[in-house]
Design a protein around this ligand. Sequence first.
Ligand code: HEC
Length: 153
Amino acid sequence: MKRILIAVSAFIGITGLNMAFAAEHKMQHENHNHTMSMTDTRTSLGLSAEMKQHQLSNMREHVEAIQSIIGLISENKFEAASKIAHGKLGLTPEMQKMCSMFNDEKFKALGLAFHKSGDELGDALKTGDVTASLRALNKTMGYCVSCHAAYRQ
Ligand code: HEC
């Protein structure tokens, strides 16, 4: 009788432990899902290796331009900030050419709208109005965010 009792309580103990582990595992899994999707569901642009590098180096220039613009606003150097916006984010012939190389029409349209907003940012900066400049910067950066959410290389 005593032996049976020991065997039964050992069994209950092991089962309980297993259930606790399972619950913890499930929780970790759910947390993981909450913070990060398991698969990348963004549209792929299907770029060649060369195009990938070209695009990424362009993108690094974009983020650098944003930093320069913010720094220049903080130093009241609106003229210089405006030049960077037009030259690095605006619809220059170089950017126009880059955007026209993609096959995805929606991506192309998003890219062109982004660069147009870069020129609008340049115009806003030129006025020296901080609020108008930040509003324009916010609009331009909205394109960075929405394109990154929708597309990958
Ligand atoms: C029209 C679409 C589009 C717009 C607008 C856009 N990007 Fe990107 N960007 C991409 C794509 C596509 C990638 C590659 C992402 C991937 O494959 O995961 C990328 C990658 C990047 C990277 C990664 C670079 C690297 O070397 O890994 C940075 C930084 C970046 N973008 C900054 C910006 C900033 C800042 C802006 C706005 C000022 C911006 N991008 C606007 C499409 C866009």
